[in-house]
Design a protein around this ligand. Sequence first.
Ligand code: SAM
Ligand code: SF4
Length: 446
Amino acid sequence: MSAAPQKTFYLETFGCQMNVHDSEKVIGTLVHEGYRQVQTVEEAGLVLYNTCSIRDKAEQKVFNRLSDYKKYQKQGKKFAVLGCVAQQEGEKIFDRAPYVSLVCGSASYKNLPQMLVQIEAGNQRVTGLDDRETEDCFETEFTARTNPHRGYITIIEGCDKFCAYCVVPFTRGKERSRTSDSVLAEARQMADLGCTEIQLLGQNVNSYKDPAGKPGGKKTFAELLTAVGEVPGIRRVRFTTSHPRDFGRDIIDAIDAVPTLCDHVHLPVQSGSDRVLNAMQRLYTREQYLERIAWMKSAKRQISITSDIIVGFPGETDEDFTETLSLLDEVGYDAVFTFKYSPRPNTPSLALDDAIPDQEKSSRLEVLMSHQKEIQITRYKKYIGETLEVMVEGKNEARRQWIGRTSHNKTLNFTAPDTSIPQVGSYVRVRATQSFPNSLLGELVI
Ligand code: SAM
Ligand code: SF4
């Protein structure tokens, strides 16, 4: 007697680390519900897209992709749209792509098992769109982590900041934190399985609010960071993303006190001009931002600082843009992620005239990137001759180089003699011998 054919799924993910980690939880949930993950759409019975709508015409890209898969409809495959585009476009997705049978935003993932039952029962319009006001996080014990050495843990979901340009508060719902007990239990479990690096995730980790705990036992974000850093077996703890308004000095004190907390802070500034920051509703001034940078610069270890910047926000003048360039010099970032302003549905800035031509946005972006490249060339050069600890991430066979990552979150590739082959996931010491704008090259120290 042959076994019943197994239910199969294919999942594709776009977007930020939160989406990547959500997908790990979705995969774990599906596997627990008896599905098997496959590597191609052709092999799958259920095809899922975890989507991102942060910039550009993201929703259009999703519809284009879905129309590519119309041909599979006759084969009885089912389609699901998850994530931010699902939440943003809602039931309109069924109208434009009637072969989609599930549309689900991230705030509703906790209901996935019930929604899967409905799809299997033949329901062609299953939705998870009404949970943006939920107090609950998507907690599951079935997260399918593929990297055994490092992994993500969500500590806070949603966002209450409503920056003028951003869709996240509309797509991911209101801010809600997991209990510190639950986060720590997950960290211990990962450490028991041999994981040594943990990255705590949230749209705004600094506004973490421990919802439960014994009287006096609730943890602040800095206390949670410290506690995760003290879990036996954990050697590196990272966190992203921080919002300057909520970034407290106690985070730097924690980094000073706990050696496992990595010496890297990603603190998106978005603009160097107070006028633009105010229009963006970012809730801090350039001076307040620089105060946080000064805390970092006074830390015991040298902290690597990275940021996000948007160019071409409505009304950004040449003078405003020049202030952003001068901020790059003042801070001395180790990396900056740069974006052209993109008007997004529902956001307050949609009402502003997006008057800066795309060509001008592109040229500001180019100026910004080449300015930052010069800064990085100088900053990376300073590491030549230093010996740094890296986690070994893999090997570039073509170049015969090992790939390493420093606590600063820099890529430090290195050569090693055939007699000392490093293990992926291990920590080794490497002496930096050459620098590039985005990486370092070195030799294994034996
Ligand atoms: N919560 C984080 C924060 O506050 O910075 C990250 C949010 S978002 C996933 C990552 C980055 O995308 C933002 O920091 C911002 O620079 C950029 N971004 C968000 N909305 C944008 C838009 N409408 N146009 C261009 N860039 C945008
Ligand atoms: Fe978006 Fe601002 Fe929230 Fe970050 S803090 S997710 S940029 S609204």
